[in-house]
Ligand binder design. Structure first.
Ligand SMILES: [Zn+2]
Length: 245
């Protein structure tokens, strides 16, 4: 019997999470997803700079929470990896982070409109997501988050929330684990699409606070399984494809 270690499993899950989020239109060529190291909370795992749809376990690298690679890399790294390190430093409860520029969220990032949960899956994300404008603290920039102080500022605005919108840039979503993060990252853009379509029909009453509280009271793993069990489903489907002649 082969006993696999936890790190091997989480590296494979992270590679799979990249491909799922790319397939779902959440990650484009520039988005990225990370997970805290399972044995060392002072490190996190993130792929080398590569299209998320192509990420394999061999692409996954280890970083300190200062976003320095643990081993000198021979490959290109994501410039915005400080987003991940700064959030892991600020939030000990966060085990996974996704930063993306999904087309579905961009109109909200540009308009700076508050988001409200308008259907039950959206409520799992929490009551609201704060809005971070890099210009407030740093003036004119290229809108990329590449300095520690920029990452720390973003983490402060995220606070205890599950997601933060970034002015004219994208969004950053956090989770207590990879499954929760993948589920949440997929539903945030869907929630915005539903919200926008409902607005067009003048029907945007938010989910009631009582319903949201009940939804959030469910254990995260239960919510994810109920919503889709997406990692298991995708892994099974990949295995079926791999086994096909
Ligand atoms: Zn970005």
């Amino acid at each position: 019997m082969i006993v696999r270690d936890k790190l091997t499993d989480i590296v494979e899950e992270l590679a799979l999470a990249n491909r799922i989020l790319a397939h779902e239109g959440v990650l484009d060529a520039f988005g990225h997803v990370s997970v805290r190291h399972p044995a060392d909370p002072g490190r996190y795992l993130l792929s080398r700079s590569r299209s998320p749809l192509l990420i394999e376990p061999d692409d996954i690298l280890e970083f300190t929470l200062d976003s320095a690679p643990v081993k000198p890399p021979k490959v290109h790294l994501y410039a915005e990896r400080v987003i991940h390190g700064c959030i892991y430093q600020a939030r000990s409860d966060v085990m996974a982070v996704c930063h993306h520029h999904a087309p579905a969220v961009m109109p909200f990032c540009i308009a700076g409109k508050p988001i409200v949960p308008v259907f039950h899956l959206g409520a799992a994300m929490g009551e609201d997501a704060p809005f971070w404008d890099q210009h407030d603290e740093f003036g004119d920039t290229n809108l990329l988050v590449v300095k520690q102080e920029e990452g720390n500022s973003l983490a402060r605005t995220l606070g205890k929330h599950s997601a933060v919108l970034m002015n004219r840039h994208g969004a950053t979503v956090v989770g207590g684990g990879l499954k929760e993060l993948v589920s949440r990252s997929i539903h945030v853009p869907k929630r915005r699409v539903s919200d926008a379509r409902a607005r067009a029909r003048h029907a945007t009453a938010p989910v009631s606070r009582r319903d949201q509280a009940r939804r959030l009271a469910q254990p995260a793993a239960e919510r994810c399984n109920e919503d889709m069990g997406i990692l298991e489903h995708a892994a099974r489907s990949e295995r079926r494809h791999a086994a096909a002649p």
